[in-house]
Structure formats: structure tokens, C-alpha cells
Design a protein. Structure first.
Length: 278
């Protein structure tokens, strides 16, 4: 053994195994890499968007939003239709409508003041029992007029609907009754039938029935109330008169200083309702 072999570095190399050149392992090809390498970014975006991946919660939210949008669209369309008649109205018609609204407000204010006056009279009267009896008797007359059990007279209007074509239906007459009530009518009579709170109208062939009583054209309304409020309420644009004239009916409205409504209704005892006062 030579002296060079005795050196430490040669002794260490001799004790270690012979070095083997390591070759880098070849990476296995990733499946689909070749196919993906040829796809553009726009194509990958389209593949990610379609077909859509929608969860159940997202679907429910979408349906609710669609229903909300549809409801808002219907409401906007309905409001547009109801306002179309006023948009095309003349200036004098709009002024008349505003006057009618002012008159309704004034009637409500007068009624409020009347009730306050009754309350003050009851509180300040020396004989409260007698005052209460007087007010009760007056209230009974008023309720009798509203219930149709007593005759009534006062200023008002007459309205005659001549329906030669047979096109006027019960719902059109009901609209007239509702419009008159809204304008302050206190007593209404149609062809000898008293109209009260529970009155109903129905079609009966080419005629109309009021509370089961068949009436034929021409339909004659006798109404007690303030003529200055009742007549304009029927003649507003898109109102009762205009609607009936579209059905080829002839409508005549006239004022009267003294109108008599004498058709009566029998007082009916309620089947279930009873007074709650003890």
C-alpha cells in the first residue's frame, strides 16, 4: 500500500460505495394536458359558464325575484290605466273633480263638528237624561232613513238610464250606486226599490234584479243629497255617465230642490248580531 492510499481522503473514498450517476426521472404526462393546451381562454370561460350550475337556494331566490318584478309591473300598468282618463281630461273637468274632493272633505268636517256638538250638549246639559232621549230619537230617524224603513225628502237629483239595446248590466248600475254613495247620497231609490246598505244587484236576462226584485229599463234613480256634489260625481271623465254612453245607453241627470224617496223596506231582525251594550 502506498503512502498516497494512506491519506484520509483516499481512505474515505475507498470505504464509500461507488457513485452512480442519477438520472432525473421523467415526469408522467398529465392526462388531458395535450387537449387543454390547445383551448383558448374564451373557450374555457364559456365552458365554465355553460351549462350553468345552479343550486336549489339560488333557484328559489330567482323565482321570488321574478314574482316580485312581475307584481310591480302589473301594479304600474294598473295605475297607468286608472290615471289615463284623468290625463286626457279637460281643465274644467279636473277643477270640478277637485271641487268635489273639497266638498267631501267639508262634509266630513261638518259631521265631525256635529258629533262634537252633541257630545258638548250631553256634557253641559242640566238634564242629561232628557237630552240623551232627544238625541236618541233624532238618531233613530236618521238610521231609519239609512235603513230604508222610513220615507225621506230633501234636495237631490234624478238619473234616468234608457237602455234600448239591452247592454246595461247589473255591475254598471252598482257602479252608479257606489259613486252616488261616495258623493254623499243619503237615500236612493231605483224603479220603486229602496237601496240600502245590504242591497245587491244581479243580471236577470236582459233586465236587472235589485234585492231579488226584477226591474226593467228605463232605470230611474231618485237620490237625496247635495245636488252640487251628486251631479258632477256622475259626469267625471271615465265615470258613470261616460261608461253607460259607451254601451249606447242614454243617460239624463237633473237636479231637484225637493226629492221624495218613499219606497220602504221592512225592518229585519238580525239572525246573529245582538247589541253589545249592557
Amino acid at each position: 500500500m502506498s503512502h498516497e492510499d494512506e491519506r484520509p481522503e483516499h481512505r474515505l473514498r475507498r470505504e464509500l460505495p461507488e457513485e452512480v450517476a442519477a438520472s432525473a426521472p421523467s415526469e408522467a404526462p398529465v392526462p388531458g394536458e395535450r387537449a387543454t393546451s390547445g383551448v383558448t381562454g374564451r373557450q374555457r370561460l364559456a365552458q365554465g359558464l355553460w351549462p350553468p350550475r345552479v343550486s336549489r337556494a339560488q333557484l328559489i331566490v330567482a323565482v321570488l325575484l321574478f314574482g316580485l318584478g312581475f307584481g310591480l309591473a302589473v301594479q304600474v300598468a294598473s295605475n297607468s290605466n286608472s290615471d289615463s282618463a284623468l290625463r286626457g281630461a279637460r281643465q274644467e273637468d279636473l277643477v270640478r273633480i277637485l271641487d268635489e274632493l273639497d266638498d267631501r272633505t267639508q262634509r266630513l268636517e261638518d259631521e265631525k263638528q256635529g258629533l262634537q256638538k252633541q257630545r258638548d250638549e250631553l256634557e253641559n246639559s242640566s238634564d242629561q237624561a232628557e237630552e240623551a232621549r232627544k238625541q236618541t230619537a233624532e238618531k233613530e230617524k236618521q238610521l231609519g232613513i239609512l235603513a230604508g224603513t222610513v220615507a225621506a225628502q230633501g234636495p237631490g237629483i234624478t238619473m234616468t238610464i234608457d237602455d234600448t239595446k239591452g247592454t246595461v248590466q247589473a255591475d254598471m248600475l252598482l257602479d252608479a250606486v257606489q259613486e252616488l254613495r261616495a258623493a254623499g247620497a243619503e237615500a236612493i231609490q231605483v224603479n220603486g226599490v229602496r237601496v240600502v246598505a245590504n242591497t245587491y244587484l244581479s243580471d236577470s236576462g236582459k233586465s236587472v234584479s235589485v234585492d231579488g226584485n226584477k226591474i226593467n229599463a228605463p232605470y230611474r234613480f231618485k237620490v237625496i243629497g247635495k245636488p252640487q256634489d251628486l251631479e258632477p260625481a256622475l259626469n267625471i271623465p271615465g265615470g258613470v255617465v261616460q261608461t253607460l254612453e259607451k254601451e249606447q245607453a242614454t243617460v239624463t241627470v237633473g237636479r231637484s230642490a225637493k226629492m221624495v224617496v218613499d219606497a220602504l223596506r221592512a225592518a229585519k231582525q238580525p239572525d246573529y248580531a245582538r247589541s253589545s251594550s249592557q
